[in-house]
Design a protein around this ligand. Structure first.
Ligand SMILES: [Zn+2]
Length: 383
């Protein structure tokens, strides 16, 4: 049983490089489980993903804590003894920004509406948190405004372990009912919350907080947010996107939504006009069909199934046997077959078997596809 790991991230959230001794290594499935005497690697905990980095030359892929011992999963085996360790601090700092931002938002939500935080996910790409009450966009806009004012006020963020006898007298938010070793994270008057993760030291370091989307979730609200460097990346991506759309529409960025709306309406009306025109063409094509007592195969190059049906409805009146309307090319034909003299449903199996087809339908009309050749189809029906 290992002794508890000394947690450097409790002493200073900004330690990215440090010396530590490898005191235990065990081989596990797909890597090694490494225990250090002390660590700045924050494990996967409370919805936040673990830090990654290196212990000497070994890449740290995952970190978890069990009974006070921090375990580092590495790709190669480090030797026992002291090593230089480094965490990918850029991504850690982004998490510190997002995590502190979440405290501010939840603190404000709690003080305005009394709702509690009941879920949190801080991954590599997405940050979400859940509260146990319903919020609308106007309320979230106000919360976002207030949260950014907290950022601009550059308030100190303090993390400490209060003496146990003092704890009952301190007002703080807590997801878990823990009474031992409670670490409090206090952001001035804005929020005090029990939390074990690393945070920034001053709210100004967060830069900006932006609430993205929200939805009703289990009787409360799930909120997507970005902060700090992630918010900058998000802004950059959105800006590039809207710039591109604005260029394509030849319209100012502020008017793309209105212009696009008009485009969509116009496209929809063009589409329905085109659909009607194509059906009319199919009917006109059928008008050219000459009366016959025999069965007849028609190839109608790029007709859709509804167009083949429109064609067949008229052509079939002039064909005494079976009307076969095809679209496509050898090996890949769509078919609509109709007749007012032959029971097609009872023939479906035979037709599909002979022409490598699939499909079916009613007595008067069947539809599907053939992987046969045009010559083969003609030979079958027009024999
Ligand atoms: Zn926290």
């Amino acid at each position: 049983m290992s002794t508890k790991t000394e947690k450097l991230y409790y002493q200073n959230a900004y330690i990215g490089d440090f010396y530590a001794s490898v005191i235990e290594v065990s081989v596990i499935d797909g890597g090694y489980d490494v225990i250090l005497d002390k660590t700045a690697f924050f494990p996967e905990e409370g919805g936040q993903s673990a830090d990654v980095g290196f212990i000497a030359e070994s890449r740290v892929l995952q970190v978890y804590e069990k009974d006070g011992v921090v375990h580092h999963i590495t790709d190669t085996e480090p030797t026992l003894g002291e090593h230089w360790c480094s965490i990918e601090f850029e991504s850690r700092f982004e998490k510190m920004q997002c995590h502190t931002a979440e405290h501010i938002l939840c603190g404000i939500i709690h003080s305005l509406y009394g709702f509690d935080n009941v879920g949190f996910h801080l991954g590599e790409d997405e940050v979400t948190f859940d509260v146990d009450g319903v919020l609308d966009r106007a309320q979230l806009d106000r919360i976002e405004e207030m949260a950014n004012d907290v950022v601009f006020s550059n308030i100190q963020v303090e993390a400490y372990f209060p003496p146990e006898n003092k704890l009952p007298y301190i007002k703080y938010r807590s997801k878990l009912d823990i009474s031992e070793g409670v670490r409090l994270v206090q952001i001035g008057e804005v929020d005090t919350c029990a939390c074990c993760a690393p945070h920034v030291s001053y709210t100004g370091e967060i830069g900006i907080i932006k609430i993205l989307d929200f939805m009703k979730h289990r009787g409360g609200t799930r909120i997507w947010m970005v902060a700090g460097k992630r918010a900058l990346r998000d802004y950059r991506a959105r800006y590039e996107n809207i710039k591109k759309i604005s260029g394509m529409l030849s319209t100012p960025q502020s008017e793309v939504a209105t212009t696009l709306e008009a485009y969509v309406t116009e496209t929809e009306s063009l589409k329905s006009g085109l659909k009607a025109a194509r059906l009319r063409i199919a009917e006109l094509e059928a008008g050219k069909v000459k009366k016959t007592d025999k069965s007849k195969v028609f190839l109608l190059s790029d007709f859709s199934i509804p167009e083949l049906i429109a064609f067949s409805n008229i052509a079939n009146l002039k064909v005494g046997g079976i009307t076969v309307a095809l679209s496509g090319c050898d090996g890949d034909y769509k078919y609509v077959i109709s007749s007012h003299t032959v029971d097609l449903r009872s023939m479906t199996k035979e037709i599909n078997k002979a022409l490598s087809g699939r499909g079916g339908g009613r007595t008067e009309m069947i539809q599907g596809s053939f992987s046969a050749t045009l010559a083969g189809i003609r030979a079958f029906f027009e024999k």
